[in-house]
Design a protein around this ligand. Structure first.
Ligand code: HEM
Length: 429
């Protein structure tokens, strides 16, 4: 566990002269995203990093952390210098046995979040068209219906885990339906998603890697077969739209479409599950804020969603890699350095937000948060996220205006550098 910022010496494994210089110049660099104190409250460490070492080298993950809003914003806006190529790469090397398993069927291409210009624009253009406002608004009824059915299944009173009862099943079914996956496969698909995130953004044992690798191969080959089926029998779904616009005029390959579907099916739910849990937790931790939302929902709901994204986003970091040497806040960073932009830190930057550690659903500039990134890679799922979160909050404020947090307020988080949300959230209805 390391939330101590002071490192007396450069760790022996750090050989890069730039990293050594950075540690010596600013010893306040011990950022370890896997420690329990950090997982419980990353914002305390973010705040200290911002003050003591806004640009620092973190030996625990061999990455350079950046905390200030302006710096993160500038990095997002400069894809030439800060490539997105490593956004989906495993944090640690994959062990040979898991690699062997993956080589037998897991063949995703870089298609969006980890693709640089000029190809990124081509793929994003097509996917944005398929992920259109029309398709999202068509999903509104599906989301409302599904969310209502899940809430209808709550007991009349007592305590429940909101994650397993609502926050987990709702976004998964929504994105799977949008893609067009058959209802009958939902449980199978959800079981494959399991711990996939720890393979890419966490730290795993070789045995765990093998288990996850098998699931990834199954999931990917499922996506391949599904896209083949849709190519033969189009339906009213996002996959068929992609095939119609991209494949027919030759601007997207079949393999790219499979990779887009694979990527969306993952990106489309984990983040929203966590975001629902984070938002409800923060609202219930502040009973007056919850009461205000219940009383004046029409006015407060949109900004509540933005403030939750700013204050406790489900995505606290993202990755880039430098394409040339750069100097950030006086710190020299070599070409090829892996950068971790700490979105959670940027969203709490006191130079950007007044009283940033206060959860304030009336904050006038909440929407300027960087939770969805910025620039060419701006999150494709922002509108869907806002839709699902809005429907959940409408239902909960309507049905359970007196809801409170359960007695157990210690939360467990999956150790990883990017995704943040409690694995369970006990609420009293
Ligand atoms: C709370 C929910 C979500 C958060 C906090 C979030 C956050 C992010 C962030 C930080 C990025 C990187 C932006 C950048 O590199 O500049 C991103 C990209 C992306 N997100 Fe989301 N996301 C969420 C939900 C979703 C959903 C629901 C989907 C899809 C259904 C989605 C799909 C994507 C895709 C495809 C990209 C890559 C876009 C590109 O490279 O052009 N996200 N998201």
């Amino acid at each position: 566990m390391t939330t101590t910022l002071r490192e007396p010496t450069v760790p022996p494994g750090v050989t890069c002269p730039f990293a050594r210089a950075a540690i010596e110049a600013a010893p306040a660099t011990t950022y370890d995203p896997f420690g329990d104190v950090f997982l419980q409250d990353p914002y305390a460490l973010f705040s200290r990093l911002r003050t003591e070492a806004p640009v620092a080298y973190a030996p625990a993950i061999d990455m350079w952390t950046v905390t200030d809003y302006d710096d993160v914003d500038a990095i997002f806006k400069d894809p030439q210098t800060f490539s997105a190529a490593i956004a989906q790469s495993p944090l640690d090397p994959i062990a040979p046995e898991a690699q062997r398993i993956l080589s037998d069927g897991f063949r995703p291409l870089a298609v969006m979040s980890n693709l640089d210009p000029p190809d990124h624009a081509r793929i994003k253009w097509h996917t944005s068209r398929a992920f259109s406002a029309r398709r999202i608004s068509k999903m509104e009824d599906v989301v409302r219906e599904r969310a209502t059915a899940l809430v209808d299944a709550f007991p009349a009173s007592g305590e429940i885990d909101l994650v397993s009862a609502l926050a987990f099943p709702l976004p998964a079914v929504t994105i799977f339906k949008m893609i067009g996956f058959p209802d009958a496969d939902m449980d199978l698909l959800k079981s494959w998603c399991g711990n996939r995130l720890v393979m890419t953004w966490g730290r795993t044992t070789p045995e765990e890697q093998q288990r996850i690798a098998r699931q990834m191969v199954s999931y990917f080959t499922y996506c391949e077969a599904f896209v083949r089926t849709r190519a033969a029998e189009p339906a009213d779904d996002l996959t068929s739209d992609l095939l119609a616009t991209g494949l027919e005029d030759g601007t997207l390959s079949h393999a790219e479409i499979v990779s887009i579907i694979y990527g969306l099916s993952f990106a489309g739910h984990e983040n929203i599950t966590n975001m629902i849990a984070n938002t409800v937790r923060r609202l219930l931790e502040h009973p007056q804020t919850w009461a205000a939302l219940v009383a004046d929902r029409a006015r407060l709901l949109p900004n509540t969603i933005e403030e939750a994204l700013r204050f406790d986003s489900s995505n606290i970091a993202w990755r880039r890699v430098t394409t040339r040497p750069v100097t950030l806040r006086g710190v020299e960073i070599p070409k090829g350095a892996r950068i971790l932009v700490l979105l959670g830190a940027a969203n709490h930057d006191p130079r950007k937000y007044a009283d940033p550690e206060t959860f304030d659903i009336e904050r006038p500039d909440a929407r300027s948060h960087l939770a969805f990134g910025k620039g060419i890679h701006y999150c494709l799922g922002a509108a869907l996220t806002r839709l699902e979160l809005g429907i959940v909050l409408e239902l909960l404020t309507d049905r359970y205006p007196a809801m409170t947090l359960g007695a157990n307020r210690t939360y467990a988080y999956t150790p990883n550098v990017v995704f943040r949300g409690p694995t369970t959230l006990r609420v009293v209805l």
